[in-house]
Design a protein around this ligand. Structure first.
Ligand code: SF4
Length: 474
């Protein structure tokens, strides 16, 4: 009988991509995917420790799986439980101490060991294996050579860097993902070329701080005696990946405003495949709060960088992340956040209420925690400002024809398709069924602050990937 695995991923794109790698390893070992827990031989929880209540979510899920494991045992069936990701990297042995029925705990640096650890646990009992830092061996640090089960046939994540050298006071990433390590340009371009050959037309370059990509490589080259300037190589990478045949859209996440440089804007403007969309995390507008966060820029400087980007890149969409209620935030600070957000005219924003993450500097600022009711009132005021600029931006697109990639039928109406524009905006339009990954021109007819509505004009290109029809053993 085919063994089955269920993958549950929490958190960011980095975790999504790690899950694709673990799924690839399991499928290479003869497993196939299932979405039904009762049907699974292995359940993998790939955890996040940034989102609110991350811990409760994990231990709640493990509680339910304990019951299922016991039920399966009564039927002489086995259920292996694997916990990976950032919360595993942070909590380590604590996970099996709190949930002894977990078979494997692995971290963010040894994703490539997932299948091996499952086999070892079958032989030797429960295992926790956490690597302090990424392997020196690139093949392990960047497991691009490993099998991968991608969630999309036409769009792919491509890791260019792991870890982060910054120390934002609210963020746990540096302590669970380690220092910044950039992958050699040639490895990234080779993988991008392989993706293009397999029919992928959209690539998202992944890193915690992509615009400092390559600084460590240049430093290492300088130390080995090469006459090189020590500076990021992200602009060069965008140009190289963007010039590959078959790659029609290049996106990236996440840049850091303090490290953003004009050469990146120029590369985006001069490389047709680079989409005119910049996700630029502001986090707060007050200089006092930005300083306490260790963000390394001011509200004014952030706006200048956006203005520079808009002057260089035509028709640029800008989105952001903002935290409300960072410890010590006053009404005056918050009003500054509203002012900067309004001046930036964002196309949309991910807005968060501050939540203390154990292990971060901000979690220790207990005496400065803001009143929750005040924070929620501020949160609603911020959302109003964001929705206003998003609606304005979307209304400005009414009457324009956008090239979209079809993502599939809309969740609400099978006679309507959903597509994504180069600005990463969702657009819904009535149409006969079209293959996922199809390029089409759609005229925008209506706008809301969340999405666009449109009319299909024409299909411009068929998807190049072959759709894999999974044949499950009966
Ligand atoms: S730049 Fe700041 S917020 Fe982003 S991953 Fe690094 S420490 Fe976290």
């Amino acid at each position: 009988m085919t063994k089955r695995y269920l993958m549950r991923t929490y958190g960011c794109q980095m975790n999504e991509h790690d899950s694709e790698r673990i799924a690839g390893l399991l499928e290479a070992d003869g497993y196939s995917a299932t979405s039904d827990e009762a049907d699974a031989d292995v359940v993998v929880l790939n955890t996040c420790c940034i989102r609110e209540n991350a811990d409760n979510k994990l231990y709640g899920a493990l509680g339910n799986l304990k019951v299922l494991k016991e039920q399966k045992k009564e039927q002489n069936q086995d259920l292996q439980i694997v916990v990976g990701g950032c919360l595993a990297q942070k909590d380590r042995d604590l996970i099996q101490q709190r949930a002894g029925h977990v078979d494997v705990v692995l971290g963010t640096h040894n994703v490539h060991r997932a299948a091996e650890l499952m086999s070892e646990a079958k032989l030797n009992g429960p295992i926790t294996e956490i690597w302090e830092e990424a392997a020196l061996d690139e093949a392990e640090a960047f497991p691009s050579a490993l099998p991968v089960k991608r969630n999309s046939d036409y769009s792919a994540w491509l890791t260019i860097q792991i870890g982060c050298d910054n120390s934002c006071a609210f963020c746990i990433v540096p302590s669970v993902r380690g220092v910044e390590i950039s992958r050699p340009v040639s490895d990234i371009v080779d993988e991008a070329r392989r993706l293009a050959d397999s029919g992928v037309s959209e690539i998202t370059l992944l890193g915690q701080n992509v615009n400092s990509y390559g600084r460590d490589l240049a430093l290492a080259a300088r130390k080995s005696g090469e006459q090189v300037r020590v500076r990021p190589m992200f602009a060069q990478l965008l140009r190289e990946v963007g010039s590959l045949d078959g790659i029609e859209r290049v996106r990236f996440t996440s840049p850091h405003p303090k490290d953003m440089t004009p050469d990146v804007y120029e590369a985006m403007a001069e490389t047709p495949a680079c989409v005119p969309h910049l996700h630029f995390p502001l986090q707060a507008g007050s200089d006092r709060v930005l300083k306490r966060m260790h963000r390394g820029y001011t509200g004014e400087r952030f706006l200048e960088k956006i203005e520079q980007a808009r002057e260089t890149i035509d028709d640029l969409a800008v989105t952001t992340d903002i935290i409300v209620g960072f410890p010590g935030e006053t009404e005056e600070d918050f009003v500054r956040t509203l002012e900067v957000a309004a001046a930036a005219e964002f196309d949309s924003a991910y807005t968060f209420v501050f939540s203390p993450r154990p292990g971060t500097e901000a979690a220790e600022m207990v005496d400065d925690f803001c009143d929750p009711d005040e924070v929620h009132e501020r949160y609603e005021r911020l959302r109003t400002v964001i929705r206003r600029s998003a609606l304005m931006k979307h209304q400005a697109r009414v009457g324009r024809t956008e090239e979209v990639i079809v993502e599939g039928p809309s969740k609400k109406d099978l006679a309507v398709l959903t597509g994504r524009t180069v600005h990463n905006k969702l657009i819904h339009f009535p149409s006969d069924p079209l293959k996922i990954g199809t390029f089409a021109n759609v005229t925008v007819t209506e706008a809301s602050y969340q999405f666009l509505l449109g009319e299909l004009v024409e299909v411009t290109r068929k998807p190049r990937h072959r759709t894999k029809i999974s044949v499950t053993a009966l």
